[in-house]
Design a binder for this molecule. Structure first.
Ligand SMILES: CC(C)(COP(=O)(O)OP(=O)(O)OC[C@H]1O[C@@H](n2cnc3c(N)ncnc32)[C@H](O)[C@@H]1OP(=O)(O)O)[C@@H](O)C(=O)NCCC(=O)NCCS
Length: 156
């Protein structure tokens, strides 16, 4: 499985790490690492998608990034690091009222940058939405299940 580098000219893509700065132009949504105590809100959001997302054994809250609007968590995504070789992008959800604004792409990019910071070589996701992940720079392998991977270093 190969990876192409996401376009770093796109808003929200490129350098930096876990900064808590506003990430979209409207100035109302912030992408940031989740805080201790936010797991119930994250769980509620994931609970909106029982058919798409695993509901139990969620990653630890410290693994999540969230999108926050007016004090509410309206998006989430976790990076579960297994080793220096591999980490999984998990539990990606955007509240229905906020879909189509680029927030999921920004959350995945926050995971990607955290993976780079931690010197992880490759990301993957197991997903029912491979088209979305392809847009984020992942490539699809098809088999018994579909997995998408993104190399974090061009020489691997
Ligand atoms: C899939 C989901 C996370 C997308 O969130 P979103 O915030 O609406 O996505 P974005 O606005 O960041 O989309 C970024 C790009 O991906 C595209 N995209 C979004 N969903 C897509 C899909 N299902 N298939 C293909 N492309 C998709 C968008 O058109 C956009 O493209 P553009 O940059 O060319 O405009 C959201 O619909 C969701 O929460 N779904 C339910 C839970 C789920 O399925 N999670 C993922 C399973 S692991």
């Amino acid at each position: 499985m190969t990876q192409r580098e996401p376009n770093s000219d796109q808003p929200g893509l490129g350098g930096g790490s876990d900064a808590a700065a506003p990430r979209i132009g409207e100035g109302q949504v912030v992408i940031r690492p989740a805080r201790a105590g936010e797991l119930p809100a994250v769980r509620r959001l994931i609970g909106l998608y029982p058919d798409e997302l695993v509901q139990d054994e969620l990653p630890r809250i410290s693994s999540f990034f969230v999108a926050e609007s007016d004090g509410s968590i309206i998006g989430c995504c976790a990076l579960q690091v297994y080793s220096r070789r591999l980490a999984e992008v998990r539990s990606l959800a955007i509240h229905p009222d906020f879909r189509g604004k680029g927030l999921a792409a920004q959350l995945v990019d926050a995971c990607r940058r955290r993976g780079i910071d931690r010197r992880v070589r490759q990301l993957f996701a197991v997903t029912s939405e491979p088209g979305f992940f392809e847009g984020c720079g992942f490539t699809v392998h098809t088999g018994w299940k579909t997995a998408v991977f993104a190399n974090l270093h061009p020489d691997t």
